[in-house]
Design a binder for this molecule. Structure first.
Ligand code: SF4
Ligand code: SF4
Length: 339
């Protein structure tokens, strides 16, 4: 058995904010919940793991059949940088805070170094993930990294939901931690603040209405959703912005510049780029991950222009109404009508 405390100390030395351990048993309850919600039609087809076998998704034995433990980690991404929304004539679209840099890659690198240190001490196998296709939130919950908020995000006692998650799946035998016994209590702030009413009941998100999920869904947005889209280009954080668990989190200086894109991006620039230029300019960021639909990002930019209503952008929108892309043409007409 490897001493859990040794792993936590090594993790701390590598700049990982928090480490907890859980066992490798499948997450049956999480699988049943996801299957139930999929059957109810609450997921979008564009979600990258949508077509994956859910039981496998919730079972780390599908990635390492000899796994005995999961080392779960979280890294806070809150920084004290101001938010830039662009200048008149060049409105910017907001990038969700967790996407300003690629914190997943940063955490994964740190976890890879931790895995190397563990393997130097004992002959074991380790598979490292962050933003990977395994059930990260159920792992974080059972290990005690955090508890589920009613917005369905994991809330860490120290860093709130302002964390990215990562894991090392290993065949090492490590003493597990217990799940957190904290919860949201009577709070309903996220449910009340969600602009599209996507949190249909505590812990249940209708992802067909969730802006975060729709960011990468290519299609024509419903009018009631487009109207409250504001100037979002990528992601939505409203249910985190209002969450009292995040209000005490101390902002720090950025700890990585991997895949830096900044707080906002010129909407007109997004609309004049082709996909190759977009992927080159924002390389390394999750906004250019292979499952990201560039046409959906451009659709977001068009909807954002319709909400910002800067007259100098009208010629671009008028041109887009004649686009051969029917979603873009429809969205541009919607944007002009919304002026
Ligand atoms: S991410 Fe935005 S749209 Fe989705 S549940 Fe949270 S507040 Fe609602
Ligand atoms: S806003 Fe309130 S209910 Fe929602 S996740 Fe935060 S603490 Fe929980």
């Amino acid at each position: 058995m490897i001493d859990a405390q040794v792993i936590k100390t090594l993790g701390k030395e590598l700049g990982i904010d928090e480490i907890k351990i859980t066992t490798a048993e499948p997450f049956g309850r999480a699988a049943a919940r996801i299957i139930r919600q999929k059957k109810a039609g609450l997921y979008l087809n564009s979600e990258r793991w949508h077509h994956r076998n859910i039981e496998e998704f919730c079972d780390v034995w599908s990635v390492l059949s000899t796994a005995k433990s999961i080392i779960a980690a979280c890294q806070c991404y809150l920084t004290d940088e101001p938010i830039d929304t662009g200048a008149p004539g060049d409105p910017h679209g907001l990038v969700a805070r967790y996407t300003w840099r690629n914190h997943y890659s940063d955490l994964k690198k740190r976890l890879q170094m931790l895995a190397t240190s563990i393997k130097e001490r004992q002959s074991v196998e380790c598979v490292v993930y962050s933003n990977g296709v395994i059930a990260e939130k159920p792992i974080a919950e059972r290990s005690g990294i955090g508890y589920y908020g009613k917005n369905s995000l994991i809330i860490n006692k120290r860093f709130g939901s302002l964390v990215v998650l990562g894991e090392i799946v290993t065949n090492a035998d490590i003493e597990p931690d217990s799940a957190s016994n904290a919860d949201c209590g009577e709070c309903l702030e996220c449910i009340e603040a969600c602009p599209t009413r996507a949190i249909i009941e505590p812990y249940v998100i209708d992802r067909r209405r969730c802006i975060q999920a729709l960011t990468n869904w290519y299609g024509v947005l419903q009018d009631d959703i487009a109207r409250v889209w504001e100037n979002r280009l990528y992601g939505c954080t409203t249910c985190q912005d209002v969450c009292p668990a995040n209000h005490h989190v101390k902002a720090g200086r950025p700890r990585t510049d991997i895949g830096y894109v900044g707080q906002s991006i010129s909407l007109l620039e997004i609309l004049t780029m082709d996909e190759a230029q977009y992927r080159k300019k924002f390389t390394g960021n999750q906004m250019t991950a292979r499952w990201i639909n560039f046409k959906a990002i451009q659709r977001n930019a068009i909807i954002a222009l319709g909400n910002v209503r800067d007259k100098k952008t009208l010629p671009t929108l008028e041109k887009l109404t004649k686009s051969s892309d029917p979603v873009h043409a429809h969205s541009a007409q919607w944007a002009i009508n919304n002026f």
